[in-house]
Design a protein around this ligand. Sequence first.
Ligand code: GLY
Length: 407
Amino acid sequence: MTTRRDFLSRSAMTAAGLGAAAMSQPSQAQLAESVKQMQPPKKPVIITRDTGDRTIDEAYKMLLDGADTLDACDHVCLAREDDPNDHSVGYGGLPNEDGVVELDACCMHGPTRMAGSVGALPNIRHACLVSRLVMERTGHIMLVGQGAERFAVMEGLKREDMLSDEARKMWLLWKEDRNSHNFWGPPLSSPQWKEPSPPPTLNHSAIPRHPGPEWAEVIRARSQQLMGMASDLGIPPHERAFAVEQVLWPTTGTIHISVLNTKGEMSGATTTSGQAWKIPGRLGDSPIIGAGCYTDQDVGSAGATGSGEENIKVAGAHTIVDCMRQGMTPKEAGLEALRRIVRNYNGDMNKVRYLDMIYYILRKDGAYAGVSLWSTTASGKPKVFCVHDGEKRVENCAWLLQGTTTN
Ligand code: GLY
């Protein structure tokens, strides 16, 4: 039987417990208020994909010299777009299924709260500049396709073929390999999607878009065959393994960069050639403000590289910035966005294992995180990102799931 004394003493204990918990755990309102009060860091901070690129140091120097934060972002993006050896962006990017390079990019400028975006842009090298021109020179936020191309030319950018000789040969390899997958048919997220079953023999060599481990021997044989074809097509030896991988499992390389200066000004930019061999006209997450990039200098900035379709569905960059607004750390906010991606598949690892995603996250006080869906690359190396806060370094990403994507 509970006596009045028991009840009172239990109530007092509970109240004391609640009081201690309340004191140690700030309320949501307090957390949000603490974000508002955060001060800018003493030194600028840059967060981006690890490209081993000296332009990240140069962008940092620009920030120290007082350059605009979006100019610093563009400095890094422009160099990537110029690099013919970077097959994920700009000139040399891998084309769509028709052999046409279509670029996606967007940017957000914190100080003016302006944004611009361009999608499926053909024949123009610097998608990041076009997205900025859309932002600065039009009353629109987003232009796509031939309209975007015409706009860029009218603004003085040069029309040129974006298909480098090496990217063209890689496309030929994909095209000539009649067993390569394409992007037609029900997607992973469709109830009609079926897990591929193993082939009866090695001769049945059409590797499905998402093969399980039972395909290992077929993949080995097919890779060997494709390496021979790559050699015949004149793809240089150092590019052959990459080309074969892109034929078997086309990827979505991208550059995102978020930047913060000591005045608390922030900008973010994302640029990409998108999914290799995509259906013409496909837009990924990179041109979508709030998915591939989102910047609010009252809170922070974030961007993404990885499975664009998945990131669009969770509005990844906006979700992250909004979670930070409510008091989450950059790492917690990134993990929350990743959990929403996994939630979209009801946690079904037979599907989630085909996805990949890294978020690059910067808060207005200089706190940062790189957060990855998976802990490692296919070769077992940790997923990494690059940060510069006076010293440029590569750090391991925090991650949601241990292991690697199957894709
Ligand atoms: N994340 C780049 C893309 O999906 O196009």
